[in-house]
Design a protein around this ligand. Sequence first.
Ligand code: C2E
Ligand code: CA
Ligand code: CA
Ligand code: CA
Length: 277
Amino acid sequence: DAKGGGKGLRVYESDLDSKNPRRLTLVAELRGALARDEISVHVQPQARLDSGAVVGAEALVRWHHPELGVVPPDEFIPVAERSGLIGPLTTRVLDASLAAVAAWRAAGHPLGISVNLSTRSLHDADLVEEVSRLLRRHDVPASALTLEVTESSVMADPARATALLHQLRDLGVRLSVDDFGTGYSSLSYLKRLPVQEVKIDRSFVTSLQAGGEDAAIVRAIIDLGGHLGLEVVAEGVEDAAVWELLSTMGCDVVQGWHLGRAMPVAEFAGWLATRGT
Ligand code: C2E
Ligand code: CA
Ligand code: CA
Ligand code: CA
């Protein structure tokens, strides 16, 4: 059975059909996962290119199923979205992320945390109150939280998403456009959205080479970000050569395997200590 057994759990488009028993199983499993605490958050560091200082981390959700093993977020987020579980899942991720950032700050590391929002979350009227409640609960300044949205999730319902983003911005939270360059509306929308950051999609970054096509795109995004007063983050930086190139191009912040992989929250303070920054 290609869809079952073993370690890799695969979700095919057909599984998302509500009549498909496989989907029902996955939904039930995910509901159970929330109850059984199989959901955790890993964090991947981000550093400033000018100083090399670690300035924060991105929270990346993990599902560790006792039999299926690690189920990748790309596979279960769509299921969560279609089954009404994305709200509780997002709350769980926000809660764990803000707990982590509160602990780092208490230990003398004034870091920020970035959390991904899915399309459905941008249509969730309760999200603003949830974010506000969790910031208070963990006593974390709103400016230490960045919420990442993709262009395509905004474009699913631009009026509604924009209104929600303004409400989140009013809380003092930072907003970032994730996977930038892969959507279809980039330029005109960027000006209208209340965002402070753009993240260059890793498809342009990972094999970046001076003089290549990706370099032209990355340079254009960095210049655009600069003109609009936005912080520019490059993700998927896997080696020193790309790091150097981004530095000469004037990119602000990097994230990727060359700096560090996503790791359990409990390992992050130790990782920071070994870096000595
Ligand atoms: P994303 O937001 O674009 O996250 C970046 C992905 O790139 C992560 O995959 C990360 O582990 C991976 N990555 C980081 N550095 C490198 C690198 O140097 N090279 C390469 N090749 N890959 C790198 P991950 O953790 O599997 O997450 C996949 C996607 O799942 C995320 O893409 C995001 O769209 C979604 N996701 C993850 N966590 C959450 C969450 O809590 N909520 C929501 N709504 N979506 C999430
Ligand atoms: Ca992201
Ligand atoms: Ca991304
Ligand atoms: Ca992505």
